[in-house]
Design a protein around this ligand. Structure first.
Ligand code: PMP
Length: 643
């Protein structure tokens, strides 16, 4: 809104009034919405008061028609008008130098001078970026009179002048302070909160006292889509700003039951960054075609993008060749592929397969079915009460009949990180092949197949911030080429006659039919995203977040943490005394916190730990300590109700 300046150098009264009313309309409801600076139009008593004061002060010449007209003995000046108020100089008349709104500010103020001794600058040009205001505005210090708020209010009160929404006894400011003080903006310590007075002494809920809140301390590093590789290398492993990372995930801006979504179901599936969503949309907008078969531009684009994604998986796992990367639907399909190809071909009655007690059903059922069908023996590596693999017991299971060891690198139910390299070495020493289930590990730690040296490794894209329906099977190239095809049809053959069929080598040999092209490309984008953040930085940040959450969870009596291995990733399985797991899940859902409750497709390990089901929050790098606080707070509320 602009104000017209009269030829006497003052703003038009109607403009001023409109300006004031715009301001009042923007104020909360209890404040007056209309004022008039003209006494006969004044609708509000306090507005009238101000208007009267202004008019009285300005009425130097009773013959003057305009109430704000400058007396003839004052040099007209161009004044600055901006923001909420009127420059003090507007209200400064005659040689007295007195200001109506700043009655005490007059001393030493020289209207002829550009700079007053009270610090008021007379800027003759209207400059919106350098506003000069008459009403004190803490947001607009630049160029304002150097008066304390207190002195302004006391001078107003002294002179019986009030701002429109002030009362005589308490300033708006004081009222506001009082109102704010009565609002509980913090998660205060409660009497039953264990942080009160025990060893830790301090609450961990807020920044300063939180030894693990790297996400809140590290505002100095920008990560997300906008960082560059140099920055990341510099800070990798030291700082991680989860708040910024969160912004890359549009779904994390959702609200659930009116609360911001806290996604703690990452072991089931992860959320997708914008870059992955955009990449898939781009494919359908610009590249969509079947691959390999057609000799046209879009087929070439689609084929290039699909094979580029395979390159990305290869680099991500540090495989030796792209021929070692087979696109599958996910970890489940990868395991089934190995069971129904290599397993069918090579295992015979009396042979033994070893799995661990920690396995997901996906790494039990295919082997159990094969064992039942072929008369194989399925043997199980036991775990201790913390859920850790017992390596010496494993050593006892290995023998000359052992043909395969299939185990998970991270347990989806307990979070246990298994000693993968050791397990592989021991299996190979016994002459067995090894399959690693990497479904829960690839998103939390560097998984290097040349270092770990398994024969196969599987993972799912949707647990790695990529799309569902896509994943990868890594296999040693020679081994893959020795394996019979999994499914058969188009795409996997070199030549077909009714007499004989020649198959492609890996990976095409295992990719019969039209694959999930768009989602393979989306998985490539997810790998790009994770690689940019740095998997080591992710692992380190999540480690602190897990420690933070574990520590808080352990403080709640009635919580039984299930899975307390020394080396853990992401998962916090627990039961809460007095509540079913579903009740806990529902209470958390009410607060916007998504956790999984149930057996997590890992019944053998839960039964080993003496339970049928658990509540399972599982963390990812976009989770923050504030998310953990919301979760912990809800559990405290539940606990308070029962005991
Ligand atoms: N293994 C583990 C350890 C898992 O956590 C999961 C998924 N929960 C799977 C295998 C199966 O993954 P998917 O359903 O994506 O095939």
């Amino acid at each position: 809104m602009s104000t017209n300046i009269n030829n006497n150098g003052l703003p038009n009264i109607d403009d001023l009034q409109n300006l004031a009313n715009e301001l009042f309309k923007a104020l909360p409801n209890e404040f007056p919405k209309e004022i008039s600076l003209s006494p006969d139009k004044a609708e509000h008593p306090r507005a009238t008061k101000i208007a009267e004061t202004i008019l009285q002060t300005g009425h130097v010449d009773p013959l003057d028609q305009h109430p704000l007209a400058i007396p003839s003995n004052v040099q007209p000046a161009q004044h600055s008008f901006s923001g909420f108020g009127v420059s003090p100089s507007v209200l400064n008349y005659g040689n007295t130098g007195a200001s109506a709104l700043y009655p005490n500010a007059g001393a030493g103020f020289d209207p002829q001078s550009k700079n007053s001794s009270s610090g008021v600058q007379e800027n003759h040009d209207l400059n919106i970026n350098d506003p000069h205001t008459g009403f004190h505005d803490i947001n607009l210090n630049n160029g304002s009179p150097q008066l304390s708020e207190e002195s302004i209010f006391s001078s107003l009160l002294l002179n019986n002048q009030y701002l429109p929404f002030q009362t005589q006894n308490s300033s708006f400011e004081i009222e506001l302070q009082a109102a704010l003080a009565s609002v509980d903006t913090q998660f205060k310590k409660r009497d039953d909160n264990p942080f009160n007075g025990n060893d830790s002494g301090a609450s961990y809920y807020f920044l300063e006292q939180n030894p693990f809140a790297f996400d809140r301390r590290s505002t100095d590093i920008v990560v997300g889509n906008s960082f560059d590789a140099k920055e990341i290398n510099l800070y990798k492993g030291h700082h991680f700003n989860a708040e910024l990372v969160k912004k890359d995930f549009p779904i994390l801006r959702e609200t659930v039951n009116g609360k911001p979504l806290v996604w703690f179901d990452n072991a089931a599936t992860t959320q997708k960054p914008q870059s992955v969503i955009d990449r898939i949309a781009y494919f359908y907008e610009h590249e969509n075609s079947n691959i390999h078969r057609a000799a046209h531009e879009l087929a070439a684009r689609a084929s290039d993008a699909y094979e580029a994604a395979r390159e990305k998986v290869k680099a991500f796992l540090n495989a030796s060749s792209v021929n070692e990367i087979v696109f599958v639907r996910g970890a489940t399909e990868g395991i089934n592929l190995v069971a129904s190809t290599w397993g069918e071909q090579n295992l015979n009655s009396g042979d033994e397969i070893i799995v661990s007690n920690l396995e997901h059903h996906a790494n039990i059922v295919p082997w159990k079915r094969l064992a039942d069908k072929k008369g194989l023996k399925l043997r199980v590596i036991p775990v201790d009460d913390d859920g850790q693999i017992l390596l010496d017991e494993y050593a006892k299971l290995l023998n000359s009949k052992t043909r395969l060891v299939a185990f998970t690198q991270v347990s989806n139910a307990l979070g246990t990180v298994t000693p993968a390299k050791k397990i592989v070495e021991m299996a190979h020493a016994a002459g067995a092949k090894v399959l690693i289930d990497g479904a829960q590990s690839v998103s939390h730690m560097k998984v290097d197949v040349q270092h770990l040296n398994p024969d196969w490794l599987v993972f799912s894209g949707h647990k790695l911030f990529g799309p569902t329906g896509i994943g990868a099977l890594y296999g040693k190239e020679d081994l893959l080429n020795e394996m019979q095809p999994y499914q058969s049809g188009g795409n996997m053959i070199q030549d077909v006659t009714f007499e004989e069929i020649k198959y492609h080598k890996a990976p095409n040999r295992f990719e019969a039919g039209t694959g999930n092209i768009a989602d393979a490309i989306g998985l490539g984008a997810a790998i790009d995203y994770v690689t940019k953040l740095g998997i080591e930085a992710i692992g380190q940040y999540e480690h602190y977040l897990l420690e933070y959450a574990t520590r808080l969870l352990k403080e709640i009596s009635g919580v039984r943490l299930i899975g307390t291995a020394k080396d853990k990733a992401s998962v916090l399985s627990f039961n809460l005394q007095g509540y079913s797991n579903d009740q806990v899940g529902q209470a958390l859902n009410k607060e916007g916190v998504a956790v999984r409750t149930g057996h997590h497709c890992a019944q053998p390990i839960l039964r080993r730990m003496g339970v049928e089901t658990t509540v399972r929050p599982s963390l990812a790098f976009y989770n923050t300590t504030q998310d953990v606080d919301t979760f912990i707070k809800t559990l405290w509320e539940l606990k308070k109700v029962k005991f």
